[in-house]
Design a protein around this ligand. Sequence first.
Ligand code: NI
Ligand code: MN
Length: 229
Amino acid sequence: MPKLTFLSHDVFLIENDGVKLIIDPFLTGNPMAAVKAEDVRVDWVLLTHGHGDHLGDSISIAKRNNATIIAPFELATYCQNNDCKVHPMHIGGGYNFPFGRVKLTIAHHGSAADLGGDALAYMGNPCGFVVTIGGKNIYHAGDTGLFLDMQLIGEMTPLDVALLPIGDNFTMGVDDAVKATELLKPKLVIPMHYNTFDVIKADPQEFKQKAEAKGFAVKVMQAGETIVV
Ligand code: NI
Ligand code: MN
C-alpha cells in the first residue's frame, strides 16, 4: 500500500514498492518545509503549475536524482529546456507509467513564472493530478478554486484520498474546500496550502470539523508526517 508523506504547503511524497514520487517540491524558502531539497531522493517529480511555491526546487531535485518531471506540456517544455527529463501531458489525459497511472485534471488558477525581466514566463494551464498507485487513487488538486466538475473527477475515479487547498486568497478557502469534498466524495481528505504565508492563514481544525459534520474523514497532517493510504 502506498505511503503518503506531507512535507508542508502542497508538497507530498508518495512511495510504493520502492518508487518515490514528489509533488510540487517547494522546499527552499518554504518556512514550513520538513526536509531540505538536497536530501530529497525521488524517481519522479509531479508539477501542477509554474508558480514559485510549486515549481520550487523541481529542476534541481530532478537533475540531482535523474528523475523525470511530469507536468502540463508548456511547463514540461520549460523544464526540458533546463536539462531535465520530462514527460509532458495535458488536461484530461492519463498515462500508465511504470509506477501507476497519472491523469491531469483542470485547476482554475494561473501558471506563469517570474524568472526576472519585465515579462512573466508563460507556463500554460495549471493542473491537478489523479495518481493511481498501489491500487489507490490519490487526487492532488493543485492550486484551484472550487469547480463543479470535481463531481466528475470523483465519479470517474473513486478517490481514496483528496488533497485540497484551504488557505483562501489564491485558492479555495475552508468553506469551498468542504463543498469540494462533498463533490469529490473521497474516503479521506487532507488539507493543504495553508499557513505557509500570512496571506493564506487558515485553521485546518475548522476544515476538519466542517467536513466531518458532512460525514467525511479528515486527516490534518503535520509537516513530516507519513500515513499509509
Ligand atoms: Ni499557484
Ligand atoms: Mn500556490
